[in-house]
Design a protein around this ligand. Structure first.
Ligand code: C2O
Length: 501
């Protein structure tokens, strides 16, 4: 089927934590923005009109492979020009994968303004379809009272010599607090949980209940029991929860921001957000039990086994080695580096450079030093070895793929030492945490021609340049990709030269 959404992207007002009303970016004058829902195999059409008046925008469908449609992926400066105020732009692609995703603005600093929502792909043939009665979608987020554009300016400025990231005021569930989720005794619920945070990772648990994890970032997994989950920004899990038969009580559902990420904890910060699994509307709604940081031991996603049992891919044809640091240069501004390079998005979106440079498209130099391009050959096996030379945690996301996570260190283990035995059936996902002064190795097959960013999903770090560009099989892209007229028009309106039309 074809599923169409007409989105007028506009400023509106909201007060999701009940403490402060601010401008937020909504859709059709509503906020929270709608959940996109399709069935696997559907064609999705999103007609996006930029009604913001003052800023350009673009929508990214996080986790979608966009096979054959890299120009529908969304990052401005990479696969499209930003949509100018007063203009329209159509995203049109086939959804060929099941699971729990989200969509969000991919213009610098913009999704923390509220332009982010769940994207659910229903699968009538899910291996778990007979194991639950109902589905519940839950979003987690961090929330800032000041406009993220203001916060970002201060973050990247002389006024911030230590590079401290903005700390959120509140945590949210379904863009609110104190949500009540009614359950029926004995029924089983499939929760789909997405962390749409700009920054804060969250610990998540349901008091008195265990969770059976069955999906990670769109990949079905053998069920694994968890009493607590850890969601970095952009990660998703689905899990089954069976309601008790014999209770008259209600139970707290808790998300707790990982305060390790914050350089300082402001007075009055409440890192918890509580919702309730509600059996009895007339019973108590208990506060979450006090929990100490030592108790926050989530299960290890590295141990998950995909249902499809896809084995470790063969030896890599190419290894992309990235040493990352966060640093303050002498001008006081904050920059992040991979191998000494701070990503700056090019004026002409990288996809147009790839399409118009003939044989030269396989030469990374033509994409410009600041887009930090790696060219991948058709169907080659690629390893990404990332060494985190920073004492912080970072969630890394690759567009256009899921990857096998084949090695990952604990804290402070330093650079990757090449002496690790890889799992036979590695866990796959699209966003993965690297630990402080630690490392990981990811492996994937370059079977999806396109232009794909690989970046830290902390929006503040993305803005300070913690990104590289994967140019995957550009010669095939030149033969197969067609760019619709409105995509050229977006560039014309922004006075950005593209060749073609
Ligand atoms: Cu949610 Cu560049 O991604």
């Amino acid at each position: 089927a074809t599923v169409t959404y007409d989105f007028n992207i506009t400023w509106t007002k909201a007060n999701p934590d009940g403490q402060f009303e601010r401008s937020v970016i909504g859709i059709n004058n509503q906020w929270p923005i709608p959940t996109i829902r399709v069935n696997i195999g559907d064609q999705l059409i999103v007609n996006a009109y930029n009604g913001l008046g003052n800023v350009s925008t673009a929508l990214h469908f996080h986790g979608m492979f966009q096979n054959g449609t890299t120009n529908m992926d969304g990052p401005a400066g990479v696969t499209q020009c930003g949509i100018a105020p007063g203009s329209s732009f159509t995203y049109n692609f086939t959804v060929a994968q099941p699971g729990t995703y989200w969509y969000h603005s991919h213009v610098r600093g913009q999704y923390p303004d509220g332009l982010r929502g769940p994207f659910i792909v229903n699968d009538p043939n899910s291996p778990f379809k007979d194991q639950y009665d109902e589905e519940i979608v839950l979003t987690l987020a961090d929330w800032y009272h000041q406009l993220p554009s203001t916060l970002l300016k201060r973050f990247i400025s002389y006024a911030n010599p230590t590079g401290a990231e903005p700390v959120p005021e509140s945590a949210l569930m379904n863009d609110t607090q104190g949500l009540k989720i009614h359950v029926e005794p004995g029924k089983t619920y499939m929760f789909r949980v997405v962390n749409m945070a700009a920054f804060a990772a969250q610990y998540f648990w349901i008091e008195g209940h265990t969770m059976q994890v069955i999906e990670v970032d769109g990949v079905y997994t053998d069920p694994m029991e968890a009493s607590m989950l850890y969601f970095t920004a952009a990660q998703r899990y689905s899990f089954l929860v069976t309601a008790k038969n014999d209770t008259k009580a209600n139970f707290a559902i808790v998300a707790h921001m990982d305060e390790d990420l914050f350089d300082a904890i402001p007075a009055g910060l409440n890192s918890n957000v509580t919702s309730w699994l509600t059996y009895e509307d007339n019973a108590d709604f208990p506060q979450a039990k006090e929990i100490s940081v030592e108790d926050l031991q989530p299960f290890d996603d590295f141990d998950l086994v995909p249902v499809d049992k896809m084995e470790l891919l063969g030896e890599p044809d190419q290894t992309v080695s990235l040493d990352m640091i966060m640093d303050n240069l002498s001008d006081g501004a904050n920059y992040a580096f991979f191998n000494g390079i701070t990503y700056v998005r090019p004026k002409v979106p990288t996809v147009f450079t790839a399409l118009t440079s003939g044989e030269m498209a396989t030469n990374p130099a033509i994409y410009g030093v600041n887009s930090h391009a790696f060219v991948l050959k058709k169907d080659e096996i690629v390893d990404v070895v990332l060494n985190n030379l920073d004492p912080g945690k970072h969630p890394f996301h690759l567009h256009g793929h899921t990857f096998q996570v084949i090695a990952r260190s604990q804290d402070d283990e330093g650079v990757y030492a090449n002496n690790v035995t890889f799992p036979k059936i590695p866990m796959r996902r699209d966003t993965v945490l690297v630990r402080p002064n630690g490392n990981f190795v990811l492996r994937f097959k370059a079977d999806n021609p396109g232009i794909w960013l690989f970046h830290c999903h902390i929006e503040w770090h993305m803005a300070s340049g913690l990104s590289v560009t994967m140019i995957e099989n550009p010669l095939d892209l030149q033969k197969s990709l067609t760019i619709p007229e409105d995509h050229y028009k977006a560039c014309k309106e922004a006075n950005i030269p593209t060749i073609g039309n």
